[in-house]
Structure formats: structure tokens, C-alpha cells
Design a protein around this ligand. Structure first.
Ligand code: AHR
Length: 687
């Protein structure tokens, strides 16, 4: 240890020592006078197609560019025309594609290459000679095999590799036809980049007309790897055409077109109450043509053309409206449906005379979600495989309409959408996407506020902000929150600051009805290139590559809060923290050193106490439970602590995770020490 480090330790010890020597601080909970009910849907998830969240993430598909439409997006300046804090520009009608704009290519071979082994040879090209259908599958790939004997095929490199799991069953499916004398079987295989065949099956013959084939591939006792590709190959000379080439690993609950199990399990472990989808910017789209046009995301996926996500890559829309709802169903979450509200990130709004048309689209979307089979769109949902309506209580109109030029038209757009929705579904609660900007005409039930502080200090400055907020406006939905320190996923200090903010949310449960972190997911495979890599937005809750995943410290903090959500606020009537030294860089000594919230679990009678000590020094606190007839001496909970820069990674996924917390001397009034830089959630038994 160098002299500088020794000095730091000495200062820290002095700081801790003085804190411990001082009188304990005081935290008193009024147990017998519960305050507001805490919303059963306080804690949920927010999601959109960003950072390869679905394609290359939660959506199980392993083939990238399965319908050969991943054409690189046209260049544009920065992240669209809006951006946080961008000046308002006049809104206008959606711009038609200028006549001078270069024609879009018919498709792309991105992520596809020629595969040969044992002397095979051939070429790949795109063509539109004989489309599978006139909608999404207009462009197919043509494989010309020019040498017999070996194997020649097309290979897909997946989303940064094709994951090979041991003893697993994969479902491959594709359209194929043959010509120019091709004869013999087609081999479908998962092949290592070193040539190892991990799984393989044969289709005996391929006819000259399009046919849909489904093949099962089974791996054996192999070591997991993602250094592999998916290959379709033949051994005879001739031609083969393919479209919609798909490969799914085992999915969560075995759903066809389903979801990646490890990610679903991480999310399920949080017990989220709702899912806000499909955005975020993704609902608005970079431009009108690329908005979340829900009708193009339903039905058989051979009918889904996909579209460009505002985050500069193409979405297959395999994760469509019904899949979002099934995700909700699988994890017992309520959908919080964000509808396209006539405004795009390029600052264009649809013309005012068209507001009713898009409001009607939103009403139809709601009918698809919650209408019974006798309704037009409920019947469509039944046809798509889900006869039972979904429960829906919340609809958000647009996204971040307080930014860019959105506010210029939002009042008028919100009014038209709200009136149309309320006329048919008066029971729904409508959410404004304009942050805390008040609306002038029609009022929302809730307003969605987004906060992305980039330092602990900035987060802590917001942590107590709801305590002072007047109760005269709509209820609050914090629809996007993250303390953005850490790349690709947040470090411990960010999680600790999140926890301080969430304490403020719980204390103000009469006002704040919902909260979720954003973004939820990030593929960490290629972080170097922000434009074309796997991440567009750093500081995301859960990271993964093709093979494995991990929760960040922020994930674990949210999980602690979500799984220990009380039913009623218990007022903290006295809070006098100790003031140890060690305020983190980016904060200052004037910010409170300790944040807390208390609640009651109605079923068990437990008092749930959450305490965040943001200082490096420990804080001893006298915890008192005013009005409690019994506090049992044994209390349990969880504690997350760490150095500020502690992170979890693919290589070390459990580096910073909560530890069990046990107290054996709890009493109606007793002293407990909260370690420096820690988040504690403790359940005290009152029965
Ligand atoms: O969460 C990332 C982006 O941040 C969302 O798409 C948008 O709503 C916000 O600006």
C-alpha cells in the first residue's frame, strides 16, 4: 500500500471512528398510524427495442437478418432531430420520401456468408424472382452451388455468435425451394467456427415450389460456446432459394416465437407488477414510416416486414404487440400500453386533421388488447392465438412529448386521443407523456416523468423532491429513471443513488403511483462502436451476450425494493442521521447522508424499513417503532454495499449482490449500525 492509500485509509478510519463515537442518530417510525396505500402496481419494467433488447436479446430468435431486410439506415445527424433539451421546431406533416432520395436496396446479406466444407463452392445473391408472399417476404436469398461433393451453403453468424448450450433442443424453420438440377438432401446444422458440428439434421428433398420446413436440432454434452454459426447446406450442384430463416433455442415456458429463459428468469425474480411498452423512442419512431405501427407487428411473422428502430438498427418485429402481451402474461405483469400519438423523433407531427385517424388506431389497439372475441380486433387476437382478453388499466399517449417540438401540438393531440379512448373505455387511466408540463385542456390521470441524473449528487438532489411537491396535479408515473454512472451497466454508487430516490417514491406513495428503470436490457457483445455495435445507450439494468447474462447492482437494488414492497406507508416521524464524512465525489456534504422509507405489509404485519447510507462512514441509528406493541428480536433482510465503482460483468456476474442481513437484538427502540455506502431492506416482525 502506498503512502497516499495509507493516508486515505487513515482519513476514512478517522471519519468512521468519529461517527461511531458520536451519539447515534435517530429514526422513528410511526407504526400505529399508517399513511397512504402503496399502489399494487408501484414497481414495474420499461422496455423498447434499444441495445438489441429483443432481437439479439429477450426475443429468442438466433438468426440475425432472417428476411434479408437489414439494410443500413440512411445517415442522419446525431440521434434524430429531437434529443433532450433540443430547441423546439415547428411541427409539420410527415414528409414523403423525396423523389431524389436514393432507392432503397431490395435487401441485404448482412450477417450471411457462403459456407463451404470438403471442396464445396458457390455464391449467394438476393433476388425477387418468385417471392414467398407479396408482403414481408419479397426478397429471398439464392444459393448457387457450383461444386458437388463437399458441402456448400449459407451461414448466419447470429447476434454476436450462435449460442450452443449442452443437451438442448433447437427449432429451425425456413422457406426453401430448389432449381437448376439441385438434388439430394439439405443439411441444417449449428457449426462451430472451428468446424465442429454441434447439431445437425437433414431435410431429404427440397421441391421446386416454396415449402415451409421445420427441423429439430439437438446438441449433446458440449461445452457452452457462442463461437458458432447456423448453416443450411447441400452437396449437389444446382440452386436453392431461402427466406425467413429462423432458429430458436429452448424458450421460457416453451413458447413458440418465445423468449430467452435466462433473461426472463432474471426479470421474473424481480416480481415486477407492470410492463411499460413499446417505448420510449421506439413507440414514436425516427420518422412516420418507422413508428411502432402495431398492425404490422401481429399475425404470423411471415407477414411482418419489420422496421427501423430509432436506435439505428432494424427490428424484425418478431417481438410484436401480442408477444409483448405474452411477456406480460408469463411474468404476471400488467401491460402499460404506450400508443403512437402522431409525433415522431424527426419532429414531424401528423396533420391536425389526421389526429382522429391515429386516435382511432389507438382505440383499435386497445381493443386488440382487451376486447373480447366478439369485437373486430379481439377476434383478430383470438385468430393470432390468444382468445382471452388481457387486463389493461393504463394507456400512455406518446412518449416524451415535453421534448423537441412535441409540446407544440401535444395539448391538441392528447385531447383528441383522450376523448376517443375515454368514449369507448372510460375505465382506463390515461398517462400524459409530457413530464410535469401541465396540459391546458383535457387532463390526464397520471403524468410520466423521466429522469436520467448522471451523478450521485444529481440523483440525491432529486431524492426528496416529491416530499415538497403540491398534491394538486395528476398522479405521477416515473416511467424512466436511471442514475447513469457505469458503462454498459451501472456501478454500485449509481444503484445506491437509485435506492435513495426510490425511498422518496415510497414515502410519497399517495402521489407517485408507478416507477420503472430504463433502459432495461443491453447486449454487451460489442461495446466499441456506438453506431453499429450492440449498445446505443450505456447504463442499463441487465447485460448479456449470446450465452449468458447478469444483473447490475441497479438490478439488485430494484429487486430488493420490488420484492419488499409494503401495502401502506408508515410515516418516519423523526430522522436525525449521523453525519459521517466520506461524501462521494459528485455529491457534497450538504446533501442528506441518509435516506429512508418505511411501510407495512398488511398480510404479515411486518414493518419494512429501507435505509440508504450514502456516506463512506457507518451510521449508528436508534431505530424506534412508535405505537408498536411488539417488535420481535429477530429481523431479517438484505443489504447491498460496495465500493462506488463495483460492477457485475459477464465474467464476474455476482460480484456485487445483496447479502443476507440478520438482526437478533431488535426491540421497540434499539441501536443498529448501517455500514458506509449501503442499501438495507429490513423486515421487522410485529406479531
Ligand atoms: O431510455 C432511453 C431513451 O430515453 C428512451 O427511449 C426515451 O424515452 C428517453 O429519452
Amino acid at each position: 500500500m502506498g503512502a497516499k492509500q495509507l493516508l486515505t485509509v487513515a482519513i476514512l478510519l478517522a471519519a468512521c471512528g468519529s461517527a461511531i463515537a458520536a451519539d447515534p442518530g435517530k429514526l422513528t417510525i410511526q407504526v400505529d398510524k399508517p399513511g397512504a396505500a402503496i399502489s399494487p402496481t408501484l414497481y414495474g419494467l420499461m422496455t423498447e427495442e434499444i441495445n438489441y433488447s429483443y432481437d439479439g436479446g429477450l426475443y429468442g430468435e438466433l438468426v440475425q437478418n432472417r428476411i434479408f431486410q437489414n439494410v443500413p439506415p440512411a445517415p442522419r445527424g446525431g440521434r434524430g432531430g429531437r434529443g433532450r433539451g433540443a430547441a423546439a421546431a415547428p411541427a409539420s406533416a410527415p414528409a414523403p420520401t423525396p423523389a431524389s432520395a436514393p432507392a432503397r436496396p431490395i435487401g441485404s446479406l448482412a450477417h450471411w456468408s457462403v459456407y463451404t466444407s470438403g471442396g464445396g463452392a458457390g455464391t449467394l445473391a438476393l433476388d425477387q424472382e418468385q417471392p414467398v408472399n407479396s408482403g414481408a417476404l419479397k426478397t429471398e436469398v439464392r444459393l448457387d452451388i457450383t461444386a458437388a461433393g463437399g458441402q456448400t451453403g449459407l451461414a448466419n453468424d447470429g447476434f454476436w455468435g450462435i449460442p450452443v448450450h449442452p443437451d438442448s433442443q433447437y427449432r429451425a424453420n425456413f422457406y426453401a425451394r430448389s432449381g437448376n438440377g439441385f438434388s439430394g438432401p439439405l443439411t441444417v446444422a449449428i457449426v462451430g467456427n472451428d468446424g465442429t458440428i454441434y447439431a445437425s439434421a437433414k431435410v431429404d428433398s427440397v421441391g421446386q415450389q416454396w415449402q415451409h420446413h421445420t427441423v429439430t436440432l439437438k446438441t449433446g454434452k458440449v461445452a457452452p460456446t457462442a463461437d458458432a454459426k447456423f448453416v443450411l447446406s447441400g452437396g449437389s450442384k444446382g440452386s436453392l432459394w431461402f427466406n425467413l430463416v429462423s432458429l430458436f433455442p429452448p424458450t421460457f415456458h416453451g413458447r413458440v416465437n418465445g423468449f430467452r429463459p435466462d433473461l426472463m428468469q432474471l426479470l421474473d425474480n424481480m416480481h415486477p407488477a407492470f410492463l411499460r411498452f413499446p417505448g420510449g423512442n421506439y413507440v414514436e419512431g425516427q420518422d412516420f414510416a418507422n413508428r411502432f405501427n402495431w398492425k404490422e407487428t401481429i399475425g404470423d411473422y411471415s407477414q411482418r416486414p419489420g422496421h427501423e428502430s430509432p436506435w439505428r438498427y432494424r427490428s424484425s418485429d418478431g417481438m410484436g404487440l401480442l408477444e409483448f402481451l405474452e411477456w406480460c402474461e408469463d411474468l404476471k405483469m400488467e401491460p402499460v400500453l404506450a400508443v403512437y400519438a402522431g409525433y415522431n423523433l424527426d419532429r414531424t407531427s401528423v396533420p391536425a386533421e389526421d389526429y382522429p385517424r391515429y386516435a382511432q388506431e389507438a382505440v383499435e389497439e386497445i381493443e386488440y388488447v382487451m376486447g373480447d372475441k366478439s369485437t373486430r380486433w379481439g377476434a383478430q387476437r383470438a385468430k393470432d392465438g390468444h382468445p382471452e382478453p388481457f387486463k389493461l388499466h393504463y394507456v400512455e399517449i406518446g412518449n416524451e412529448d415535453n421534448l423537441g417540438a412535441g409540446m407544440g401540438t401535444y395539448d391538441a393531440r392528447f385531447a383528441v386521443f383522450a376523448q376517443a379512448i375515454r368514449a369507448k373505455y372510460p375505465q382506463l387511466e390515461l398517462i400524459s407523456s409530457a413530464g410535469d408540463r401541465p396540459l391546458k385542456t383535457v387532463q390526464p390521470d397520471l403524468q410520466d416523468e423521466h429522469h436520467y441524473p448522471s451523478s450521485v449528487g444529481a440523483s440525491l438532489a432529486l431524492a426528496n423532491s416529491f416530499d415538497k411537491r403540491p398534491r394538486t396535479g395528476p398522479k405521477v408515473f416515473v416511467g424512466e429513471w436511471a442514475t447513469r454512472i457505469g458503462n454498459p451497466t451501472p456501478q454500485f454508487s449509481a444503484a445506491m443513488a437509485d435506492a435513495a430516490f426510490m425511498c422518496g417514491i415510497e414515502r410519497n406513495a399517495d402521489l407517485v403511483k408507478m416507477f420503472c428503470y430504463a433502459p432495461l436490457l443491453v447486449n454487451v457483445s460489442d461495446l466499441a462502436d456506438r453506431q453499429n455495435g450492440s449498445m446505443q445507450w450505456p447504463s442499463d439494468m441487465i447485460g448479456y451476450n449470446a450465452l449468458t447474462s447478469f444483473g447490475s447492482p441497479a438490478y439488485y437494488v430494484e429487486k430488493m425494493f420490488y420484492t419488499h414492497k409494503g401495502d401502506r406507508v408508515l410515516p418516519i416521524v423523526e430522522l436525525t442521521p449521523q453525519t459521517p464524512g466520506g461524501a462521494l465525489p459528485g455529491t457534497n456534504q450538504d446533501l442528506p447522508p441518509l435516506y429512508s422509507a418505511a411501510s407495512r405489509d398488511d398480510k404479515t404485519g411486518d414493518v419494512i424499513l429501507k435505509v440508504v447510507n450514502t456516506r463512506e462512514g457507518a451510521q449508528q441509528m436508534t431505530l424506534s417503532f412508535a405505537g408498536a406493541s411488539t417488535i420481535r428480536k429477530d429481523a431479517i433482510g438484505e443489504i447491498l454495499s460496495g465500493p462506488a465503482d463495483a460492477v457485475n460483468t459477464i465474467a464476474d456476474p455476482l460480484h456485487c449482490v445483496p447479502q443476507k442481513l440478520e438482526i437478533h437484538d431488535a426491540a421497540p427502540s434499539f441501536v443498529h449500525e448501517f455500514p458506509g455506502m449501503s442499501v438495507s431492506v429490513i423486515r421487522f416482525k410485529t406479531r
